[in-house]
Each structure stands twice: as structure tokens, then as C-alpha cells.
Write a protein that binds this ligand. Structure first.
Ligand code: MD6
Ligand code: FE
Length: 160
């Protein structure tokens, strides 16, 4: 990060050399349900078709500085999921990487939607709370963050 290491249908040669996995339907379904709940609008998920999931692992020391998610060519919402350790999530404003911002706690199972006026809000992860995750998630330690996105970069053409 930032930038895109991989393309759909290509191999992830800087990680494991395997073909980048298809975006799972169940994850897109979860994204649509997230929009319905976040906007309290049964139609809010209609047509939402995320094509890319970025998965970041945070160890107990990891931090992510203030940034906007603006590599996408689409202003469709970004849906973020937390698994494992909880963290402090700093949700800022769209103008500056400084105050005003709100610090909130994201715990395993929480889902956060960046959409509408908050789509380009600055945000950060200043702190992980080590040891707060439930090993029943399958993650013994640390935090996984999955963000699903409509990149607008994918032409939708399947390649061999
Ligand atoms: C989070 N993640 O971990 C917030 N942004 O709660 C991000 O802000 C993020 O994980 C861009 C790319 C990957 C990310
Ligand atoms: Fe981000």
C-alpha cells in the first residue's frame, strides 16, 4: 500500500504466486446487506458490486496513518470488516488529515461503511489492542481488516 500489487486473473507473484482469488459472492452479499443496514434503506445495496477485497493484517504493534481511500475510480462505498483484535479507529473529515476526528473502537465482527459524505474522509488505525480477539475466529493474534471496493479498474472481461 498504497497502490495495487495485483490484477484480477493474474498471479500474485510478490506473495505466493497463486492466481488472485475470485471475489466471493458471499462477501459481495455481505457488502450489500451492510449498505442496507448502514443507510436504513432496503434499496441501498441495489447494484453494489464490489470487485476487490484488500486484506490487511495488523500485528500488535501495527498502525495505519491518516489517509483517504482514493485509488478507486469509483465513488461507490467502501465496506470495512474487522476480524480478531479490536483497535482504535480514527474517523476524520474530508478536508484535512487532522482534527476534527472521532476515535472509536472497532471489534471483531464490526463492519464500517465509508459512503456518501464519508466516502473520502481521512481515517487511521492508531492502535491495536493485543489479545482482545477471540481465537475462535481462527486468528490466534492480531487483526485482519477486509475492505471491499468497487475499483472501476476492472473491465469485467475474463481472461485465461
Ligand atoms: C482499518 N483500513 O483497518 C482501516 N485503507 O480499519 C484502511 O483504512 C485501509 O485496510 C486502505 C487500504 C486498506 C485498508
Ligand atoms: Fe483506508
Amino acid at each position: 500500500m498504497p497502490g495495487w500489487h495485483w490484477q484480477p486473473y493474474a498471479s500474485a507473484d510478490d506473495v505466493n504466486g497463486r492466481r488472485v482469488a475470485e471475489f466471493p459472492d458471499w462477501l459481495a452479499d455481505l457488502g450489500r446487506r451492510a449498505l442496507v443496514e448502514a443507510y436504513e434503506d432496503e434499496t441501498a445495496g441495489d447494484g453494489y458490486a464490489p470487485d476487490t477485497a484488500l486484506i490487511n493484517f495488523y500485528d500488535s504493534q501495527a498502525k495505519l496513518g491518516m489517509h483517504q481511500d482514493k485509488d478507486e475510480r469509483s465513488s461507490a462505498p467502501v465496506v470495512s470488516l474487522t476480524i480478531g483484535d479490536s483497535c482504535v479507529f480514527r474517523f476524520g473529515n474530508t478536508e484535512t488529515r487532522t482534527k476534527p476526528y472521532t476515535d472509536l473502537e472497532l471489534a471483531s465482527g464490526d463492519l464500517f461503511v465509508f459512503g456518501g459524505p464519508s466516502r473520502y474522509a481521512y481515517h487511521a488505525v492508531p492502535k491495536i489492542h493485543p489479545g482482545t480477539g477471540d481465537p475462535a475466529t481462527g486468528l490466534a493474534s492480531g487483526r485482519l481488516n477486509i475492505t471491499m471496493r468497487v475499483t472501476g479498474l476492472n473491465d469485467g472481461q475474463a481472461r485465461p
